[in-house]
Design a protein around this ligand. Structure first.
Ligand SMILES: NC(=O)c1ccc[n+]([C@@H]2O[C@H](COP(=O)([O-])OP(=O)(O)OC[C@H]3O[C@@H](n4cnc5c(N)ncnc54)[C@H](O)[C@@H]3O)[C@@H](O)[C@H]2O)c1
Length: 349
């Protein structure tokens, strides 16, 4: 396992709970954290650099939770060595990197899975069930958002450095809600993307949140707010809105609204809460009604890690080479290109 930050620690806990998994090596640059996690989770081999971890004999899989610019180099090296790969979101900074990763997984005949943990929430799973049962009819419009008042993740760290991260909240948070939306909508093709990005608070030193990572002292180089309008095959549309910092009500909120021919739905998650987040809008005997399904929290990272291990153990790997994650990266790339060009980008005619 590479990476000792929030994402790496969360995956480490999840892997450690599974009976078929032995975590044999851990890598990360924070020496003290490395030692303490090694002791806590009884991981025998500890390394600072990912290259040294990949040289360990007898590995079956590697889990990547590093800054985004290292996703491709580590995954390519691991797949080249014949290892299965679980990679944190986003797949990569660009379509070029992501395509190389997917092609490497195909060539190696190994698994490349990306961590989209929010689609594993209980409310999302319950809503997906309602959609698959036809309760909403044909969904023709969707709006997804992830908006923070004051949540730039580590001002001056890798998140705000374009070279290291590939972008701001659009690639960081937007990729989660894009995944959630496309998953719920049944994976429609995105035909066009029109986006705008803004950097209004970050460059002036405002909006720095509590999630602090090691600072590199670099400038704020990415957007702090992005909005994108996506046309979907079959005539539907999806609006995405995401921000690390903007003047709005306090908090860290994400969610989705769906509008269908037979019903609607809304998930609103406030500061990562797990209860009372889902509403279904319908008619009961001709009277507008609102249903509040009771949903569990879901397993998040734990679900993704378990699925990864199950796929690896199952031996049927060819359908799990990161293709869905690459589609998300294509949309994010197109959104940045659209914002830069100031016009719509066509993905599929
Ligand atoms: N799925 C989620 O909910 C979620 C949440 C947070 C972050 N993430 C993703 O996880 C990844 C990591 O994010 P984070 O917040 O944990 O970051 P972080 O900065 O807290 O941790 C990054 C880790 O990578 C390690 N690292 C950097 N260079 C290395 C090298 N050369 N060799 C070995 N280790 C190296 C660092 O030492 C550190 O331990 C990002 O891609 C991010 O988008 C996902």
């Amino acid at each position: 396992m590479v990476g000792l930050g929030y994402a790496g620690r969360t995956a480490l806990e999840a892997f450690s709970e599974l009976p078929d998994v032995e975590v044999v090596a851990l890598a990360g640059l924070e020496t003290e954290v490395l030692k303490s996690l090694g002791a806590k989770f009884q991981v025998p081999q500890l390394y600072e650099k990912w290259e040294d971890l990949l040289a360990v004999d007898g590995l079956d899989a590697v889990s990547i939770a590093t800054p985004t610019q290292l996703h491709a180099p580590i995954a390519l090296a691991a797949l080249d060595r014949g290892l299965h790969v679980l990679c944190e979101k986003p797949l990569a900074r660009t379509v070029a990197e992501g395509t190389a990763m997917v092609e490497a997984a195909k060539k190696a005949g190994k698994v490349l899975k990306v961590v989209f943990n929010h689609r594993e929430r209980g409310d999302v799973a319950a809503l997906k069930h309602q959609i698959d049962e036809g309760q909403l009819g044909r969904i023709y419009y969707a709006k997804a958002h992830w908006m923070r008042r004051n949540g730039i993740p580590g001002m001056g760290g890798w998140f705000t450095n374009r070279e290291l991260s590939g972008g701001g909240p659009l690639i960081d948070l937007g990729v989660h809600i894009l995944d959630m939306a496309l998953h719920l909508l049944g994976e429609p093709k995105v035909t066009t993307v029109s986006a705008s990005t803004f950097a209004e608070l970050g460059p002036r030193g405002r909006g720095s949140g509590p999630h602090v990572v090691n600072t590199l002292g670099s400038a704020f180089e990415v957007e702090d707010l992005a909005t994108a309008y996506l046309r979907l095959e079959g005539g539907g549309a999806l609006q995405l809105e995401t921000s690390w910092a903007t003047y709005r009500a306090p908090g860290d909120n994400f969610g989705i609204e769906l509008f269908g021919t037979e019903g609607g739905a809304k998930i609103e998650v406030v500061d990562y809460n797990n209860t009372d987040t889902l509403r279904i809008f319908t008619d009961v005997a001709g009277v507008p009604a609102e249903v509040k399904p009771a949903t569990g929290a879901g397993l998040g990272h734990r679900a993704v890690v378990s699925e990864f291990v199950a796929i690896v153990l199952n031996g049927d790997w060819s359908a799990h080479i990161g293709s869905e994650a690459l589609l998300r990266t294509q949309v994010i790339d197109a959104a940045y290109a659209s914002a830069q060009a100031g016009r719509e980008v066509v993905l599929h005619d």
